[in-house]
Design a protein around this ligand. Structure first.
Ligand code: CA
Length: 478
């Protein structure tokens, strides 16, 4: 695979990077929003003012079918960092506080791959893959154990909100209250890292995991005022504008350093929004495998090597970044562990692209539990599970995952039924049924089995009650 693309890529790099020419490997930045929906950026038709992300999209590629690796936080981040469907790493849902589930040391992250290839590696923001900092009861690997030279962030969300958070940790050391808004704190830290730690002879990998617009939201009043007509959603929308402003500062600094042209930048969200209007016109919310839970904005820019002003409809997602970054950095992945993503660099450079495995998702707490994207179609399988379940991952959920059976099926043609309203499944779809059962069997037989999990919480609900959603008219704002 590499040989086919090596020559054109090297030619492009040689031509365009020759002026500054110290590095043939690009810098790589991932800008990841938290719970931002498909309809939450101006360039995707959304309400928030996001001029810097709009500019990034017009200077690069905008994906219309870009997918999170899971419908909620922790598994999606595990998929992004390992290139493996999150069940393989044993991350089945978000990680509550004081919970044993974590990204284990034996997983190889993209930061480890890039560090080994000479990159300086930085983690900024939400981690959500284990205790941070590590504790006696939860001695989990830290970002600095998972390939990041430098880390400034939080275990889960910013507390008490995005404003003046008190739970930031820098390289293992808990910090006092940080003054400012979370997204701007990450931009400050990025700029300070470039000034104080960055050695220009190395390429860098920076993973910026913003806390916005996950609840509990907070944003400067002058930005909130921009959205006052949207009432309860004003602060949520202002959070996104604030994050866009922080991204603008990061990009300005990159340009000032002369690094922008040779930096591969990816923007996406870890899952769909918890706010229905933010996912318009898609069905459902965060935590569902319908499109509203997993389809998110996806923007990729790399002026030295890929197209500009381009829109790509081919499905791609966070799961693909691991192998794509390895290819961009001319690395043969050292991990021999089974991968689920495909290198999408050919797609970015306009070469022939062939996905190696279909994109697929598994999530046990809502139904359908499994989904596979196949061409224009989404195949989905459902259990008829009626057991009341805790919101957090518990011991009975682990047992359930290992014996789950698909009882009914759904099939949607996303090309003409983006809202997933007409189930096309009938008895002729036996091959699709086999495919869904095959992948479910992978989850059951190859997924990590956690032996010591908390008992279910007393607050338990059946699946349909945990996250209700309703259809909203396409043109409605809220
Ligand atoms: Ca999230």
């Amino acid at each position: 695979m590499w040989k086919r693309f090596a020559l054109p890529l090297l030619c492009m790099l040689t031509l365009s990077a020759s002026a500054s020419s110290k590095k043939s490997k690009p810098n790589i930045i991932v800008l990841l929003a938290d719970d931002l929906g498909y309809n939450d950026l101006s360039c995707y038709g959304g309400i928030p003012q996001t001029p810097h992300l709009d500019q990034l999209a017009s200077n690069g590629i905008k994906f219309t079918n870009f997918y999170a690796a899971a419908p909620n936080c922790s598994p999606s981040r595990a998929g992004l960092l390992t290139g493996r469907s999150p069940f393989r790493a044993g991350i089945y849902s978000y990680r509550p506080v004081n919970h044993p589930m974590h990204l284990r040391n034996q997983e190889i992250t993209i930061a480890e791959e890039l560090k080994q290839a000479g990159y300086q590696t930085v983690h900024l923001g939400k981690w959500h893959l284990g205790a941070l900092p590590a504790s006696k009861d939860f001695p989990h690997p830290q970002p600095t154990d998972q390939g990041f030279d430098y880390s400034y962030g939080t275990e889960n969300g910013a507390r008490p909100s995005h404003h003046n958070p008190v739970n930031f940790v820098r390289n293992g050391q808990p910090l006092p209250k940080q003054d400012g808004y979370s997204c701007q704190l990450l931009a400050n830290e990025a700029i300070s890292w470039w000034k104080n730690n960055y050695q220009k002879e190395h390429p860098f990998f920076m993973y910026v995991a913003f806390h916005e617009p996950h609840s509990k939201v907070a944003a400067p009043q002058n930005l909130v005022n921009n959205y006052s007509e949207h009432k309860n959603a004003a602060t949520y929308l202002a959070c996104i504008q604030n994050m866009d402003l922080a991204i603008g500062r990061i990009i300005r600094q990159l340009k000032a350093m002369g690094e922008y042209e040779n930096t591969l930048i990816v923007f996406a969200s870890d899952n769909g929004s918890y706010r229905q209007a933010s996912n318009q016109p898609l069905r459902a919310l965060k935590s569902w495998l319908y499109e509203g839970g997993i389809r998110v904005p996806g923007i990729i820019s790399w002026p030295n090597a890929i197209a500009t002003h381009k829109t790509i409809d081919e499905p791609a997602g966070l799961i693909d970044l691991y192998s794509t970054f390895c290819e961009a950095a001319h690395i043969t992945p050292s991990s021999k562990r089974e991968q689920d993503g495909t290198n999408i660099l050919p797609l970015l450079t306009g070469e022939k692209f062939q996905r190696q495995k279909p994109l697929f998702w598994f999530f046990y707490r809502t139904s359908p539990e499994i989904a596979i994207r196949q061409g224009d179609f989404m195949l989905m399988g459902k259990d008829n599970d009626q057991t009341p379940r805790s919101h957090g991952f518990s011991s009975i959920d682990m047992e359930y995952i290992k014996q789950l059976q698909l009882q009914s099926f759904e099939l949607y043609n996303l090309k003409n039924d983006l809202k997933q309203q007409t189930n096309l499944w009938d008895a002729t779809h036996q091959l699709q049924k086999q495919l869904l059962n095959h992948l479910l069997n992978e989850v059951k037989t190859k997924g990590v089995k956690w032996d010591t999990l908390p008992a279910p919480h007393k607050n338990r609900k059946v699946k349909t009650q945990w996250k209700k959603y309703k259809f909203v008219k396409t043109n409605s704002n809220e």
